[in-house]
Design a protein around this ligand. Structure first.
Ligand code: SAH
Length: 330
């Protein structure tokens, strides 16, 4: 706004440009049609707009759309639109690659190249909202931070992006419709609780036994389950909000009664929900989805202890858009 008044223009022009950039997702000054030709040209000469671009879009048989999104420096991240009859969900990335080394996840092979800035995160959401309206005639209803990267390793930028997503000047979405999914970084979970964030938390647990978890998620050595549990306890005391655990059951890794009992024990301190996610193979042959009978056993034992449990089927598998398959396989 100051720029406009200092340059002899009316201050409300600033608001108009803001709306074009952040609400309508326009990336060229020349497309900002409520500004005069002279103003547009003046802006063109004074600024450049660093924006993201959907490089390619793939559509799955089940309607899921996967975008390869090109950033201003040429790096690519992926984001996904998942339509269901009741909701349309955007799954967005928070980093290019990932510094964690989860053995079952394709993104971990990319290593972390850089954090996304708040606008790059926000713009993914705007791009997906546009696609949702265009292809499905519906606006976006939910957002999950389950794309590439570990959101809590890029906490400040993720928070800024969410502020914008939830503000009236941005998309005005409710934080209750946003889930930040973390592999479980205790210090940052405490920070979230202290900051009294209003969005939801999901933790990728996959095992409640240290030896098993360290084998598949090596950083568990540094942040063992005891620390994770204490941080989550703190989160629950502060927020009184249920914790969701994401959990894949693999054959020969975490499919025994002992694994289930450990999970039940881990869930004791707060109301919990367990999402049993279908495994999406990443072509290494090491991990295999457990047998249906093992999954059924998880469900019945958890339910017997009054723990909410859902079995989630994958979406977009045929185009490598499902959880853990995002790895720029163009
Ligand atoms: N780093 C964050 C968010 C990205 S991963 C986190 O760890 O939560 C999003 C979810 O997909 C996580 O629950 C993760 O454990 C899961 N996931 C990763 N690879 C997978 C695979 N091959 N099949 C199924 N789920 C997978």
């Amino acid at each position: 706004m100051a720029f406009f008044s200092e340059n002899g223009e009316q201050a409300f022009r600033g608001k108009q440009v803001y709306e074009w950039l952040w609400k309508k997702g326009v990336h060229q000054f020349e497309d900002m049609t409520n500004l005069s030709k002279e103003t547009r040209q003046f802006l063109e000469e004074s600024f450049s707009i660093n924006h993201i671009e959907v490089d390619t879009m793939q559509r799955s048989k089940d309607g899921t759309l996967k975008n390869a999104v090109r950033l201003h420096d040429g790096l690519i991240v992926e984001s996904v639109l998942i339509p269901t009859p009741k909701r349309t969900t955007a799954c967005v990335s928070s980093q290019v690659g990932c510094s964690l080394d989860c053995k079952f996840c394709a993104t971990s092979r990319l290593k972390r190249m850089r954090n996304l800035n708040p606008d790059e995160i926000y713009d993914q959401v705007v791009a997906i909202d546009k696609q949702s309206r265009l292809y499905y005639n519906k606006k976006l209803t939910n957002i999950v931070f389950m794309g590439m990267g570990e959101p809590l390793m890029n906490y400040n930028n993720v928070l800024k992006a969410i502020d914008k997503i939830t503000s009236d000047e941005g998309l005005g979405m409710s934080p209750k419709r946003i889930v930040v999914s973390t592999s479980g970084i205790p210090k940052m979970i405490r920070k979230m609780a202290e900051d009294e964030v209003k969005f939801n938390l999901a933790v990728s647990l996959h095992s409640a036994i240290d030896e098993v978890r360290t084998q598949i998620m090596p950083f568990n050595e540094t942040f063992p389950l005891k620390d994770l549990r204490e941080a989550l306890q703190f989160w629950y005391t502060k927020t009184k909000r249920r914790i969701t655990y994401e959990y894949v059951v693999w054959e020969g890794i975490n499919d025994t009664t002992k694994d289930i009992l450990a999970l039940i024990d881990f869930c004791k301190f707060a109301p919990s929900k367990v999402n049993l996610i279908e495994y999406n193979p990443i072509d290494d042959g090491i991990f295999q989805q457990a047998k249906t009978s093992a999954i059924e056993k998880y469900v019945s034992m958890l339910e017997a202890k009054n723990i909410t449990v859902t079995v989630r089927r994958s979406r977009g598998k045929d185009i490598d858009a499902a959880c853990g398959q995002l790895a720029n396989k163009a």
